[in-house]
Design a protein around this ligand. Structure first.
Ligand code: UDP
Length: 411
């Protein structure tokens, strides 16, 4: 049945030196009006991926400001997750169909989970398509407002699958998307609101690390912290273009022979595509001893990612296709000069030449990396503006404010 996630504690006051006083008081004012409102988040998993990362911070912050927020995770088995994975892919453009049998499996698990949803709530937030049919089967009191929070780009879907999913969603009170471009075509998303994601500045992955501590950690992975280091943190996936990153590094190496490249990517042993692309990346590096390809299998977790990002001379995110690009947010937050693909949510974060550089090819990436290495002072100033941009727009308290604003509007 539905499982409640223990999210621990967070305190908004811990952010007081990080966010603006205006934002803090806006949150306090809205929270005062909404005191005691009961919020239920429902998602498919509490582990891995951007949704879970956000919830572990957002849910305790909602509680801290006076709401009563729960986070429930759906019960599901392989047969259900196979269908929802196919839904995820088709909603992002995979032309395959969802069969009648698959739809029945999806429906069955949603009925089961909806049956387990009891209690009294003012707002129910359904994350992504997996639990979208729960509203249709819910026995909850009629007062609850239902919100569909979509974390994926559904602007170019397989139309039949979208049509089917929207038949559940159009009955919601409101829907939320990362960017205006991600709203599904056809005007069926109810009262769509734009709310980009955010990172938690206080999580181990993003908290302030001293340059010495970061060096100490990076050094343990065999890199020479006296030499320049380029970094990309991303899944081993063609859209993240790790091979293109290696090509850009090779161009840079002609001018800076001691430059090193670290490619960090998480890999699940049950993700054959990731394992295969990891191998292609290793092959492309062709035994170059200045290229370090690391993953969670080498014990690289949140703190280590933080250390590499904090230490890097240049952070790359050479994506060809991207959702929002949280790694870019993380890099900018650490005040690193960042060079990233001009796709997805990246241009919201990188204003070209002002908070980082946007690129569309390995050659362009190399040229921008060279600009940064040639003039570190100018790069530092650019990176500082990037950090300010994230501070203002992409930290969790802003996300909390946006949610409170929505609750207020719906009351
Ligand atoms: N990430 C990580 N370790 C890795 C690779 C990625 O912790 O080895 C994290 C990364 O720090 C970021 C998230 O996974 O928080 C990736 O989010 P993003 O939006 O950049 O890309 P996605 O993988 O969702 O397409």
């Amino acid at each position: 049945m539905l499982r409640s996630v223990n999210v621990g504690n967070r305190s908004l006051s811990d952010y007081h030196s990080i966010i603006s006083r205006e934002l803090m008081s806006e949150i306090r004012e809205l929270a005062e009006k909404l005191k005691g409102k009961r919020v239920c988040h429902i998602s498919a998993t509490s582990f891995g991926g951007g949704v879970a990362e956000i919830m572990y911070c957002l849910v305790p912050l909602m509680n801290d400001v006076g709401l009563e927020a729960d986070w429930l995770v759906m019960f599901g088995q392989d047969e259900f997750f196979n269908v929802t994975k196919a839904m995820h892919n088709t909603l992002q453009g995979d032309p395959r169909e969802i069969t009648v049998d698959e739809k029945a499996i999806y429906e069955r698990y949603n009925v089961l989970n909806a049956g387990g949803l009891t209690g009294e709530y003012d707002y129910v937030i359904i994350h992504d398509p997996q639990p979208a049919a729960m509203k249709a089967h819910s026995q909850l009191n009629g007062d609850a407002k239902w919100i569909w929070r979509c974390h994926i780009d559904v602007s170019t879907p397989n139309p039949d699958v979208l049509d089917w999913v929207m038949s559940y969603v159009e009955d919601y009170d409101l829907s939320v998307f990362h960017m205006a471009e991600y709203i599904p075509p056809g005007n069926r998303a109810p009262d769509p609101v734009i709310m980009p994601p955010a990172i938690d500045a206080l999580a181990p992955k993003n908290m302030a690390l001293s340059a010495e501590d970061a060096e100490y950690i990076v050094n343990q992975f065999g890199l020479d912290t006296e030499k320049p280091m380029l970094l990309q943190v991303s899944r081993f996936d063609p859209w993240k273009d790790p091979l293109g990153v290696i090509d850009a590094y090779r161009i840079v190496k002609k001018k800076y022979p001691d430059v090193q490249l670290a490619l960090i990517g998480s890999m699940a042993t049950d993700d054959p595509e990731g394992v295969e692309y990891y191998q292609r990346t290793v092959d492309h590096a062709a035994g170059d001893t200045d290229v370090y390809i690391l993953s969670n299998l080498d014990n690289v977790g949140g703190v280590e990612v933080n250390a590499f990002q904090t230490h890097a001379d240049v952070v790359l995110q050479k994506s060809i296709k991207e959702g929002f690009g949280l790694t870019v947010t993380e890099s900018l937050w650490k005040g690193r000069p960042t060079v990233a693909g001009n796709v997805g949510g990246i241009p919201l974060q990188i204003l070209d030449g002002e908070t980082g550089y946007l690129v569309s090819s390995s050659e362009e990436a190399a040229a921008r990396i060279l600009d940064i290495l040639d003039d570190p002072e100018a790069a530092k100033a650019m990176a500082r503006r990037g950090k300010q941009h994230v501070r203002h727009d992409f930290l969790t308290p802003r996300l909390l404010r946006d949610w409170l604003g929505i609750f207020d509007r719906l009351s």
